[in-house]
Write a protein that binds this ligand. Structure first.
Ligand code: GDP
Ligand code: MG
Length: 295
């Protein structure tokens, strides 16, 4: 079989079990997990890799977590994005959902040209016959979608589900290096974000002379504390990087912090330190000492 790969976008109202499902799919497979990676294309939440496939899971945070009325208002923005980005759109639902609250999602699923799937979750809670009823209803609502019952919390059918998703994905080489990704954790993506912001804020010489290292990553329930070292080659570049009164670096810090908060879905305290690389052992000057501590 040729290699299959694609982006799977999981949508659904709150509490239907999206997170549980994602964890079940990713955790059980124990393949490669990218903890909420950020790419330009996507907010990756996790991946499942096999020898001949790669599924990249993501969600549309604003979309799923909004109440229906808000969802209606802001839907168009998400629709376009999701239409472009996903190879497969998976709607998660369960028997407790009110039809009118799901109406927008259903309407949207009906219009999209992407491959769609409806997962009726919490099958462990259904009375005999109930599931069949619901399956029929969904097949009627969305005739083009694959409809499958699952139980995210008990893991039933998750293998079958992965197999089905792979079937529905296009033939494609993997988007991300399967081996390398095992080593790439949040730290990696944090350093990439800082690097990206440096690229966006300075002209050519500076970005190419920079190396970003996450020196400290302290995870908290509500707040992650991160310290990054930006290594630079020359003292003169350091001056440019920091900018007048630290303004330039401050801007990088603010932009990076926002992006990281987006990535980890938590508040972030970010400190950026600049060190000149060839001297830094003897001269561990930190930005903070100069009063450029950055939030
Ligand atoms: P999300 O808001 O869509 O991400 O939903 P969550 O994954 O946080 O799940 C919401 C609640 O549903 C949690 O209490 C889960 O434990 C529960 N849940 C998820 N999947 C199942 C399932 O298959 N069966 C049962 N009985 N409960 C489930
Ligand atoms: Mg959730």
């Amino acid at each position: 079989m040729n290699h299959k790969a694609g982006f799977v976008n999981i949508i659904g109202l709150p509490n239907v079990g999206k997170s549980t499902l994602m964890n079940a799919l990713i955790g059980e497979r124990l393949s490669i997990i990218s903890p909420k990676a950020q790419t330009t294309r996507y907010r990756i939440q996790g991946m499942v890799n096999g020898a001949d496939y790669q599924i990249v899971f993501s969600d549309t945070p604003g979309f799923i977590n909004q109440p229906a009325y808000k969802l209606q208002a802001s839907m168009n923005e998400f629709v376009d994005e999701a239409l472009e980005d996903a190879d497969l759109i998976v709607l998660v639902t369960d028997k407790f959902q009110k039809e009118e609250e799901e109406a927008h999602l259903v309407e949207w699923m009906g219009k999209t040209e992407q491959v769609t799937m409806v997962l009726i979750n919490k099958m462990d809670l259904y009375q005999p016959g109930e599931l069949e009823e619901l399956t029929k209803k969904w097949k009627r609502k969305l005739p083009l979608a694959q409809v499958m019952p699952v139980s995210a919390s008990s893991g039933i059918n998750s293998m079958k589900l992965i197999k089905k998703m792979v079937e529905l994905l296009p033939e494609s080489p993997p988007y991300y290096d399967k081996e390398q990704l095992t080593d790439r954790n949040t730290r990696f993506f944090v350093s990439e974000i800082v690097r990206e912001k440096i690229f966006l804020n300075y002209s050519a010489e500076i970005p190419y002379s920079c190396q970003v290292e996450v020196e400290k990553y302290e995870e908290g329930d509500k707040l992650d504390r991160i310290r990054c070292i930006i290594y630079i080659e020359r003292e003169s570049q350091k001056i440019i990087l920091i900018g007048k009164n630290g303004e330039a670096l401050k801007k990088v810090g603010i932009e990076a912090r926002k992006a990281i908060e987006d990535l980890v879905q938590k508040q972030v305290h970010l400190e950026l330190f600049v060190k000149v690389k060839d001297k830094w052992r003897n001269d561990p000057l930190s930005l903070k000492k100069f009063g450029y501590g950055n939030k």
